[in-house]
Design a protein around this ligand. Structure first.
Ligand SMILES: NC(=O)c1ccc[n+]([C@@H]2O[C@H](COP(=O)([O-])OP(=O)(O)OC[C@H]3O[C@@H](n4cnc5c(N)ncnc54)[C@H](O)[C@@H]3O)[C@@H](O)[C@H]2O)c1
Length: 412
């Protein structure tokens, strides 16, 4: 049984614990977190996914796990990995490292994460759950004959939207790395790239050519919402605003055929609809796929007469915004969003000495595209990914991330 050690015990750690119910061959055995470790341990016991010990240091988790999962906020990832690497240097045996997206807030951090993982000398898993989503994978398998018969998918669109994140640090661009583009653009860009990648080719096969993006503060910059944000999360968008809407496109070139293909993305934290919405659409010559996470075989209706009895909107859907009326319910979000499949992939790889589907190098490539998107939005221009630009992006920190988003977002 593979022993998983979690550093961090918040939102994503709880999703992993629930997903572990569907994964064979691994238990959650060790947890360290500033907050929430005991609650997560209790949850793991209740779900039957392990009887974890709560430790007081990163080092103890590394000593007591086969696979260390870095599930801390973005601002704490590098310092956590420094501690993991120190523990590993003191002879703690581990078989693998997992990090959830994003790998870093900028290229300096992403590069450091890869460097530290290399020092640890073990395989890595970069968890980008949307590449594992069963509807996406099933659609691609179903369309394989069409792909071979007619030619490749030329356009992939991907959107992730909800009404705003759950913890204050997400809203603070200096802590999180930006707004919705840093938080969710990495998902959308990467899953679109995944959909466009020809079957059987590695995920870095398509060569990124250019990135064009825009960032806006559409809802949370308005005075009434700014005040709500300040009151609820202590984050002041008059001082350091972050984007709540981002859109753009990445153009890739197939190095064998020279054909250009396009990944379009839309991400927002101002989606005042039912809850988390993931939408993908892809078009090839004569065929298409479509995924919409707000379509479910299950709906429930809760009328006004009993509405007061219902408090937990999120039992229907992640980031749900309503607790009554006609509700879309996803009975197994862990599976739908790809958490089960990505954990299964990593557990199987680490248990058998292989490589997970996505490694931290892949995470670094994704960070690069997100940085190019911020640079494009700042300049109001298409960014061509030539060698000079790549060198620049290696040291670039987006203005929004520096807490200087006023000019980019038009906030006065
Ligand atoms: N794949 C997805 O869809 C998805 C969804 C949510 C979050 N995430 C990612 O997962 C990561 C964690 O996000 P979250 O939503 O779980 O955050 P969270 O705020 O809900 O939980 C963070 C956890 O880390 C702990 N922590 C904070 N600083 C720490 C430190 N220095 N050392 C040890 N523990 C520390 C906190 O106490 C808490 O237990 C982020 O990088 C986020 O982007 C991914």
């Amino acid at each position: 049984m593979l022993k998983l050690g979690f550093i961090g015990a918040g939102f994503i750690a709880k999703f992993y614990a629930r997903a572990l119910q569907y994964v064979r061959g691994a238990d959650l055995t060790a947890i360290y977190a500033l907050n929430g470790a005991e609650a997560l341990a209790a949850m793991a016991r209740e779900l039957g996914v392990g009887d974890p010990t709560v430790y007081g240091t990163v080092e103890e988790v590394v000593q007591n796990a086969d696979v260390v999962c870095v599930l801390v906020p973005n601002f704490a990832k590098v310092e956590t990995m420094e501690a993991v690497t120190d523990a590993r240097r003191r002879n703690a045996e581990i078989r693998g490292l997992v990090v959830d997206k994003p790998l870093g807030r900028n290229m300096a951090e992403a590069n450091r994460m890869v460097e530290l993982a290399n020092k640890c000398g073990v395989f890595t898993a970069y968890h980008e759950n949307q590449n594992h989503m069963p509807p996406v994978r099933t659609a691609l398998a179903q369309l394989l004959p069409a792909w071979h018969a007619a030619g490749p998918i030329a356009l992939a669109r991907s959107a992730e939207e909800h009404g705003g994140p759950h913890e204050p640090w997400f809203w603070d661009p200096t802590k999180q790395g930006g707004g919705v583009l840093c938080d969710m653009g990495c998902h959308s860009i990467d899953v679109a790239r995944f959909i466009l990648t020809p079957p059987g080719k590695p995920l870095d096969f398509l060569v990124p050519v250019s990135v064009t993006a825009s960032t806006y503060l559409l809802k949370w910059g308005q005075p009434a919402y700014r005040a709500k944000l300040l009151a609820k999360h202590g984050v002041d968008y008059t001082k350091a605003p972050a984007e709540d809407y981002a859109t753009g496109q990445v153009v890739f070139r197939n190095p064998q055929t020279g054909q250009l293909v396009v990944a379009q993305f839309i991400d927002s934290w101002m989606y005042d609809n039912q809850g988390l919405c993931l939408r993908m659409e892809a078009l090839g010559p004569g065929y298409a796929l479509g995924v919409d996470s707000l379509t479910s075989p299950l709906t429930v209706f809760i009328g006004d007469a009993v509405a007061q009895a219902i408090g937990d909107a999120e039992s229907a859907l992640e980031k749900a915004t309503a607790s009554h009326g006609l509700l879309c319910v996803q009975p197994n979000e862990m599976d739908l969003y790809g958490y089960v499949a990505e954990l299964r992939d990593s557990v199987w790889a680490f248990a058998t000495g292989g490589r997970p589907m996505l490694d931290w190098e892949h995470g670094r490539r994704t960070t690069l595209l997100v940085m190019a998107a911020y640079w494009s939005a700042e300049r109001g221009a298409t960014i061509t990914l030539d060698s000079e630009t790549l060198d620049f992006l290696d040291i670039y920190i987006p203005a929004i991330q520096k807490g200087k988003g006023h000019k980019v977002l038009g906030v006065s």
